[in-house]
Write a new protein. Structure first.
Length: 79
């Protein structure tokens, strides 16, 4: 297995069908912000929400239905 900066290189690749949902991008972005920042009243969250809303139509949600999942180990073991 390869090393980068002293760490083992590991990865996963998903192959499948992706659909674009233009109507849920802003809602998903705000939901993720709440999940990872927690307090939407914090200055950081406030600024992020302001930016999200200013570019709202540009935010889209991509949904992947995986048909194949590959890992580094799978490719490495085939050699």
């Amino acid at each position: 297995m390869s090393n980068v900066f002293g760490e083992l290189v590991r990865w996963i690749a998903f192959e499948g069908t992706v659909t674009i949902h233009e109507d849920s991008g802003l809602r998903t972005a705000e939901h993720l912000l709440m999940r990872y920042v927690g307090d939407l009243d914090s200055p950081t969250a406030y600024e992020a929400v302001k930016i999200f809303r200013s570019v709202g139509p540009l935010l889209v949600e991509l949904r992947l239905v995986p048909e194949r999942i590959r890992t580094y180990a799978e490719i490495h073991d085939q050699k």
